[in-house]
Design a protein around this ligand. Structure first.
Ligand SMILES: [Zn+2]
Length: 88
């Protein structure tokens, strides 16, 4: 699925802006935060501790990490994990 990092980078600014807008919108709609019991992405249960730690959370740990990894990768490069695995 490595279709083109250049294109991903090109839309990063729009993604950042969209995320910020989404956060503002979510906060205006949910002033107290509303955490989901199940991941919006994969449907896995989101642990109580995570929901309390992150008000308004709607992704499980795995999906959140994946999302952040995608954002990190498109912003620059994050190949440290791959290199580490190659050392074995
Ligand atoms: Zn998930």
């Amino acid at each position: 699925m490595a279709v083109g990092w250049a294109r991903d980078g090109a839309v990063q600014d729009q993604i950042d802006a969209s995320v910020q807008d989404a956060v503002k919108l979510a906060r205006s709609r949910l002033p107290h935060g509303e955490s989901l019991t199940h991941c919006k992405e994969c449907g896995n249960i989101i642990p109580d501790a995570r929901r309390k730690a992150i008000p308004g959370v709607w992704l499980c740990v795995e999906c959140q990490a994946e999302l952040e990894a995608q954002q990190t990768t498109s912003a620059g490069y994050n190949r440290r994990g791959s290199k580490d695995s190659q050392l074995k």
